[in-house]
Design a binder for this molecule. Sequence first.
Ligand code: ARG
Length: 378
Amino acid sequence: MRGPETDDVRAAAEEFLELFAAENPRADRIGPRIVAVMREIDLTGTYWHTPEELAFGARVAWRNNARCIGRLYWRSLQVRDLRTVGDASGVAGHCFDHLRVAHNGGKIRPMISIFAPETPQRPAPRIWNEQLIRYAGYDQPDGSVLGDPRYESFTSELVRRGWKPPSDPGAFDVLPLVVETVDEGPRMFQLPARSVHEVPLEHPELKWFADLGLRWHAVPVISNNRLLIGGVSYPAAPFNGWYMGTEIGARNLGDDDRYALVPEVAQRLGLDTSNEASLWRDRALVELNRAVLHSFRAQGVTITDHHTESRRFLVHVEREEKAGRSCPADWSWIVPPMSGSLTPVFHRHYDTEELVPNFFADPDAASRGLRGCPAAFR
Ligand code: ARG
């Protein structure tokens, strides 16, 4: 199979195996391993990572991900080697286990489940959803959306494909998981209750806050990114850390094109919303975010605030520098969406080169996560 297509795989494999050897000094001698891998690529067009290479590759993909502020703990990522699983119900079942094991009674464990790789012989399974748990968004007759407007198109596509929403639709209905394989096409799987852990939101002082009926899921498991290690692609490799409060309080619940709750919270707070200079938006956003952090803590679910996480990130950058590595970071993603300049990550520049291993959001996969199309096969 030697040819221009496998030349890239060979080069990427060699670069990765050298990185693995350099950072794992106790590993076996690298020379024979490279020879064996090159031979395997010549014969099959790809190669099979050792479990150690796989775990290292996944951890380094996290370490290299420029958008993540939470990388201090990259070495602690738990890796579930599920490369022999490639059928839709197998993938779905292990995803549901992942949610339970990662939740860990509230003490969230960073974890990745790696399913069958892409090979010249057989394409890998695909998970359509952006995350294992996402809330439906339903078009309402008055033009508004009930639920998460981000998933309005995704939800109507799943309904078109036969998903039956609950008889009494709500703002936080968990969407089914869609797993597509080349043999079975896209299949939908309802999440079992034991895999869906959620936190009802209340405010430490404002009693009325609980009446808003807000909630959010405990574990963010990104499920439509492709993990790329040494020239091998793993399109189905869902992974999670734990939440930083602003992701929920500022973005998911605050953004105008998401739950857009800032005006309602401001009104309930009795703020003067006729005058931008009253900073009613900013004040309401703070209370929304206090409610998120308070509720997760009260329920014993791991969460972090943006001040703490910003400091930790700079510790991570410093450690990486000491180890002789650069730490690629995208300022626009690292700086928290509220009170940016109050956090130390705001006040500096970062390296911006792209390193592999890494996670990639391919355009078709991104589109599937938002619109449920195009299908990967046929
Ligand atoms: N921002 C996304 C969300 O609100 C989650 C992205 C990953 N976040 C994380 N803390 N690992 O659902």
